[in-house]
Design a protein. Structure first.
Ligand code: ASC
Length: 152
């Protein structure tokens, strides 16, 4: 064992102790998992700006909101092309994703429906409907994370 290996082993032990919880230590991230993470990151900027608008931190503009939802509706579906069990490591995806495919698929469909509804609400431009639809998308994110993502 060279010095580098010793340091790596020590770091792994610290990580293991720090994480604990339901998900255990941070898993390796194979290429499928890395693609999925990148796709989730890509969908976030538009969602964050929409969040500012519905919360009143940024002026609401229907024109801008419609552009944001158009991009978001495309991007929000892409991470789901990358939910295959990755032999090189699943990152933050818990084993329940592969163990409960029917439930996972049902939640995916619910999320897509919530995203489509947000897009539909942005077309008519009523902030009340948009806000409800936006919050519904956030709730859908969270409900899946609660079951299928390593606790943060
Ligand atoms: C976000 C984000 C999530 C969801 C979730 C909603 O902005 O990164 O994972 O919203 O927190 O409750």
């Amino acid at each position: 064992m060279n010095l580098r290996t010793v340091f790596a082993a020590a770091a792994a032990t610290v990580t293991l102790a720090a994480c604990g919880g339901q998900g255990g230590p941070a898993a390796d991230k194979g290429p499928i998992s890395a693609e999925r993470t990148a796709a989730f990151k890509r969908m976030m900027p538009e969602f964050a700006v929409m969040g500012k608008m519905v919360k009143g931190d940024e002026a609401f503009s229907q024109g801008k909101f419609k552009e944001l939802t158009a991009v978001f509706t495309q991007n929000a579906k892409k991470p789901f092309d990358h939910f295959q069990n990755d032999p090189q490591g699943n990152g933050d995806a818990l084993p329940a994703v592969w163990a409960q495919p029917d439930d996972f698929k049902r939640r995916e469909s619910e999320f897509f429906a919530a995203v489509d509804e947000l897009n539909a609400q942005s077309q008519n431009g009523r902030l009340e409907g948009i806000t409800a639809a936006y919050n519904n998308v956030g709730a859908s994110c969270k409900s899946c994370h609660d079951v299928y993502r390593r606790p943060k």
